[in-house]
Design a protein around this ligand. Structure first.
Ligand code: COA
Length: 258
């Protein structure tokens, strides 16, 4: 099954998905979103971290495809938003860390795609924004929800109400991105981060992601109860025995992900 609008590459334990429609700054139409969903579903257990980026040196993803959206009926628009939610939620639920390597414009659906990743690293030419209000629509791929959860409601509302673009330095100040790096260093930095995460115990990394993501939707007491349960689950894994044995035997662990 070949992809028309994205590239899926795997290098050892790290997979890289590149949204590949540079002619329209990697804008997301229905078929591209569907391909992204299929690529995410295709990742096998050998993949221990995923990097998501955009083709070319101008854009990560410049948003949902406006030409595609122009002709949608209200019901089709709801389906498109639901498709976006399903694909971004699948990305969020992947059992491995997902890093957005934001190599230029991350606007509208592009910003929302980055928000569904676990962390974001931006090149110094990156620009973020939720410009939907300029088009007479609201953010439809989770931006009204995930942005506020990441940067807080005040900054999120500023971005969502103004539709303004924010440069990488400002995005860093807001906590929208973890690092800003020169553009030629973007993929090497992301590969280094992904590689380090990929070498840790996969069961532990997976359960940590679950604890943070699910815990954020709960009150603190319930979230701490979830943490203690997931902590206990680690003790059923081979990774836990290997990690502790390796430490006590003063050697590097060889995790199996089981
Ligand atoms: N949907 C569809 N096509 C898009 C697009 C989008 N979201 N963003 C860019 N494109 C297309 C442009 O229409 C243009 O196509 P053309 O060459 O056939 O005219 C091509 O990509 C290059 O974009 P262009 O606008 O010429 O580049 P620029 O450097 O002048 O501006 C942006 C870059 C990102 C500022 C500008 O393209 C833009 O504002 N895009 C829309 C962003 C947006 O509103 N996203 C949210 C959608 S919900």
């Amino acid at each position: 099954m070949d992809f028309q609008n994205l590239i899926l590459e795997t290098e050892g334990p790290v997979a890289v998905i590149t949204i590949n429609r540079p002619r329209v700054l990697n804008a997301l139409d229905g078929p591209t979103l569907a391909e992204l969903g299929r690529a995410v579903a295709r990742l096998g257990p050998e993949v221990r971290a995923l990097i998501l980026t955009g083709a070319g040196d101008k854009a990560f993803v410049a948003g949902a495809d406006i030409a595609f959206m122009r002709g949608l009926s209200p019901l089709e628009a709801r389906e498109f938003a639901r498709q976006g939610h399903a694909v971004l939620t699948a990305l969020e639920k992947l059992p491995v860390p997902v890093i957005a390597a934001v190599n230029g414009f991350a606007l509208g659906g592009g910003c929302e795609l980055a928000l569904a990743c676990d962390l974001r690293v931006a090149s110094d030419n990156a620009q973020f924004g939720q410009p939907e209000v300029n088009l007479g629509i609201i953010a439809g791929f989770g931006g009204s929800q995930r942005l506020a959860r990441l940067v807080g409601p005040g900054l999120a509302k500023e971005m969502l109400f103004t539709g303004d673009r924010y440069d990488a330095a400002r995005a860093r100040e807001m906590g929208l991105v973890n690092y800003v790096v020169p553009k030629e260093e973007l993929l090497p930095v992301c590969r280094d981060l992904a590689g380090r995460m990929a070498r840790r115990g996969p069961v532990a990394v997976n359960l940590t992601k679950e604890a943070v993501n699910q815990g954020l939707q709960m009150d603190l007491a319930s979230a701490l109860a979830l943490e203690s349960d997931l902590f206990a689950v680690c003790f059923a894994s081979q990774d836990r025995a290997e990690g502790m044995d390796a430490f006590l035997q003063k050697r590097q662990p060889a995790f199996s992900g089981k």
